[in-house]
Design a protein around this ligand. Structure first.
Ligand code: FAD
Length: 318
């Protein structure tokens, strides 16, 4: 199991976890096949009773398609998710469910939705993650938000661009289905801002919805600040959070924290053997991470030179 424990600049704590690593990939892929039905044929998010997660009776038709080992993994995952969500409720800690590859994601989203129905009663405790590099990201966000409105639970979303572009494209090309990723980087940026804008407008009218802008992109942070100001969303209302990975883009996190915005730094936590390969995969997969690191190094050099030339080596900002 791998947890990301965000360190926060201001206020409460929060935790994120990955369902695919909880379940074991086989069970998640199987569950995904079972949950994933094309939107044209059936609604993407049917509404079984709230207790479907807790009472495994509701899942019998699904489980019967599993091997014994997959069934064991799935049951263990459901139990762990339940324990995590209950602990989070007791501690008043938000739980963010990470998004994975499209061949797992419908199952993950479906399970997360069930948790949201059960636990997001007073406030959004469980957050789902939406990957805006997907062509259907806007549909996913708007459908879930509409469902939250209709069913009366509190909407919580973490918006990311998405970390598995190369894998997704390679798999689509290999198997021969349409690439699920937006055709260009610019299209992904536009999709991110479109989804974010939709959620921010909801926040203006709905004090119980919340969003985390999980991005290292400076334009996206600027866009968020501008729209928050235009919509009259105040940082102290704590409906909009910012998230960056620990050790990355402190030039974004620190000024936001100092200006009173809730900012989290994601800390990968777990057995070394699991976390190190995860980190190196992320770095290899994600060119943009390295781009961000280069920008940070350049800013650090700039600041170091400024301090040396002005004789303020140990200067600490107020
Ligand atoms: C707090 C936090 C939590 C995260 N949680 C998750 C998670 O649960 N699941 C997950 O998948 N990722 C997660 N990520 C990673 C995230 O999805 C991005 O990979 C990473 O943040 C880089 O994107 P960016 O928004 O910082 O901006 P940028 O560096 O500006 O954007 C880079 C991203 O743009 C997209 N992109 C790049 N080139 C193209 C192209 N040619 N066509 C289409 N799109 C393109 C890709 O998504 C790429 O990662 C998380 C990141 C953070 C900071």
């Amino acid at each position: 199991m791998r947890l990301h424990l965000p360190q926060e600049g201001v206020g409460d704590a929060e935790a994120a976890f990955e369902i695919a690593s909880e379940a074991g990939c086989e069970a998640t892929a199987e569950a995904n096949a079972a949950f994933h039905t094309p939107p044209a044929e059936t609604p993407r998010t049917p509404t079984p009773p709230q207790s479907a997660l807790a009472r495994t009776g509701q899942l019998e038709p699904l489980l019967s398609g599993f091997t014994e080992e997959e069934e064991r993994q799935m049951r263990r995952m459901l139990q762990r998710m339940d324990v995590l969500a209950k602990k989070a409720t007791e501690a008043g800690v938000r739980l963010m469910v990470d998004a994975e590859q499209t061949y797992f994601q419908p199952a993950i989203s479906r399970l997360t939705l069930e948790m949201q129905r059960r636990f997001n009663v007073e406030k959004p405790l469980i957050f789902n993650t939406y990957q805006c590099y997907l062509r259907d990201a806007y549909d996913n966000v708007t459908l879930d938000l509409e469902l939250a409105r209709r069913e009366g639970w509190c909407f919580g979303a973490k918006l990311v661009r998405g970390a598995y572009m190369a894998q997704e494209r390679a798999r689509a090309a290999e198997i021969g289905y349409e690439d699920p990723i937006n055709p260009t980087y610019e299209a992904t940026n536009a999709m991110y801002h479109r989804c974010l804008n939709y959620v921010l407008e909801e926040l203006k009218n709905n004090g119980k919805a919340e969003v985390m802008v999980a991005s290292h992109n400076e334009d996206t942070v600027r866009f968020t600040l501008r729209r928050m100001e235009e919509l009259g969303l105040h940082p102290a209302d704590r409906q909009v959070y910012f998230g960056q990975l620990l050790g990355m883009c402190d030039q974004i996190s620190f000024p936001l924290g100092q200006a009173g915005f809730p900012v989290y730094k994601y800390v990968p936590y777990g057995p070394v053997m699991e976390v190190l390969p995860y980190l190196s995969r992320r770095a290899l997969e994600n060119n943009s991470v390295m781009k961000g690191a280069r920008r940070e190094r350049q800013l650090l050099w700039q600041e170091l030179k400024r301090r040396l030339y002005t004789g303020n080596l140990f200067y600490r900002p107020a």
